[in-house]
Ligand binder design. Structure first.
Ligand code: SF4
Length: 344
């Protein structure tokens, strides 16, 4: 059996090189795939029939099958998509008045084992291909065809920089004006914080937004919830972050899940303030959404607002983000974990 080439991850110029002249054919195909969301070559009715048949025999249009879709009271929708290789990835649509943000995954599972995250608890299986990452967006668009996705956050299952080549290929394709045309500034890459990858990203000169999962600036606390901190302690992480901001002149968003009794006290607030004061940094404070595997508590509202105010008073922009979708296992990896448990 011939193995077909996944076509979704090819940019128009690469497609043109593969299929040969005339060049407008590649542009037509790219527009069908990414602009008109075609899921089959048969839909590409302005291409000659024999050419469509050749494409069908040579290329694969990766589609993801929605195994489940759960809608939360706040309007967010969480999908569990089955890939052509029959494993499962999650994507969450988060609508607000002005945005339709899709949170997507880059890996099946994750190697990093953060204690508060269901993706880390189920272990790592594999990297997603660029075609599969793109297909998360196209599949979500097909399922909700009336309003286009305006923003993407790479904050689902997996560590994006651990699958950097496929991720950047996917993002360049999604950003392409003949396709979805999602603006670079509307795309946020969220990393667990590997210093050498942050330095590498600074060199790429790509104006995607960068966010770093911090969750504590105290090494002992961060190590207890994020094993990656053992290998790359906060000193090394912050050094890389400030080199990134110097090189790119861009602000880094630090994600900070507020976990009751773990990282909300005065010591943690002071460490965070001294690390970020005077830097190109802002903080998203996310009250913890408990999972069975890490039964810690969400802090009281008073503690959440108190922590936020300490940062603001120190001149650090901080916003509390009440995570959407928590009523549908909205936190990263939970839906897949339940799916795996059901299959066992
Ligand atoms: S928070 Fe991110 S890096 Fe940590 S285990 Fe979950 S998916 Fe992996």
């Amino acid at each position: 059996m011939t193995i077909k080439t996944p076509i979704l991850g090819l940019l128009p110029e690469e497609l043109a090189e593969k299929i040969g002249p005339p060049k407008y054919r590649a542009d037509q195909i790219f527009e069908w795939l990414h602009g008109k969301l075609a899921a089959s070559f048969a839909e590409m009715t302005n291409l000659p029939k024999d050419f469509r048949d050749t494409l069908e025999q040579t290329y694969l249009i990766t589609t993801l099958n929605p195994v489940s879709a759960e809608k939360a009271n706040d309007g967010s929708i969480k999908w569990l998509f089955e890939t052509p290789r029959k494993d499962a990835v999650e994507a969450v649509l988060i609508p607000t008045e002005s945005r339709r943000t899709l949170c997507i995954s880059t890996q099946v599972g994750c190697k990093f084992g953060c204690t508060f995250c269901a993706s880390g608890q189920a272990g790592f299986e594999r990297n997603l291909g660029a075609d599969e990452i793109i297909s998360e967006v196209l599949s979500a668009e097909r399922l909700n065809p009336f309003e286009r996705i305006s923003h993407i956050v790479i904050m689902g299952m997996g560590e994006p920089f651990d699958n950097a080549d496929n991720l950047l290929r996917a993002l360049k394709t999604l950003n392409h004006p003949s396709g979805r045309g999602i603006g670079k500034r509307r795309i946020t890459i969220s990393t667990v914080g590997i210093p050498k990858k942050i330095l590498w990203f600074a060199e790429q000169n790509l104006p995607f937004e960068l966010s770093v999962s911090l969750h504590s600036a105290v090494d002992s606390v961060r190590t207890s919830i994020m094993p990656v901190n053992k290998a790359f302690p906060t000193k090394e992480l912050f050094e890389a972050c400030w080199k990134y901001t110097e090189k790119t002149n861009r602000v880094i968003t630090f994600e900070y899940i507020l976990i009751g009794g773990v990282n909300t006290d005065e010591t943690n607030a002071s460490a965070l303030i001294s690390a970020l004061k005077g830097r190109k940094a802002k903080v998203n404070l996310i009250p913890y959404n408990p999972i069975d595997e890490y039964p810690q508590k969400r802090p009281a509202l008073e503690t959440i607002r108190g922590f936020e105010q300490k940062l603001i008073r120190a001149g650090i922009p901080a916003t509390v983000r009440f995570s959407k979708g928590s009523s549908v296992n909205g936190a990263c990896g939970q839906l897949r974990l339940r799916h795996i448990e059901k299959k066992q």
